[in-house]
Design a protein. Structure first.
Length: 169
């Protein structure tokens, strides 16, 4: 989570005249859709003005409300697109034999993948459950190991790392 100061610095770096104009054009188009779109607020206001002439205050509040809601919808699409998310779509299972022929260890390598356009910072893995397979019943049962352990990230040891978009790690 970013501190306020880091967030403000990131906001100032992201200010670009080209993007501000794109944002205002998106807000304008969303406001137009809100006012004349499926909600038909504009038609209701037009019919009401035939019988009752609204004051400038009411008209100003309606326009301000439409732009406020439009600004939210313009912001929301970018916000959802940049929320950091990842999935584990792939994993590699490596059975390893031991000295005891009745015991086989299985090592599972998970491969996380970033699903959005923004990186996922400070990823950490923890082992939460160790199960044992009963060969007689062909079922898995939980072992007594109940403390969460840090997982190693290949060459990154146990420390957190950043998942970058488009790169499987």
């Amino acid at each position: 989570m970013l501190t306020f100061r880091e967030g403000w610095r990131s906001f100032k770096e992201g200010l670009d005249k080209r993007f501000i104009w794109e944002y205002w054009l998106a807000v304008k188009s969303h406001a137009w859709e809100i006012f004349w779109g499926a909600g038909v607020i504009g038609i209701i206001c037009t019919i009401l003005t035939l019988y009752y002439s609204p004051s400038w205050k009411i008209l100003g509040w309606v326009v301000a409300w439409a732009f406020l809601v439009a600004g939210y919808f313009a912001w929301r699409s970018y916000h959802i697109r940049l929320i950091p998310k990842f999935e584990v779509k792939e994993y590699v299972i490596q059975p390893t034999e031991t000295e005891d022929p009745s015991v086989t260890n299985m090592f599972i390598q998970v491969i996380p993948e970033c699903m959005t356009e923004s990186p996922v910072h400070e990823c950490r893995g923890r082992l939460l459950l160790v199960s044992k397979r009963n060969s007689d019943e062909d079922e898995w049962t939980a072992t007594q190991m109940n403390s969460p352990l840090f997982l190693g990230w290949d060459y990154y040891e146990h420390g957190p790392f950043t998942l970058e978009p488009g790169i499987k790690q």
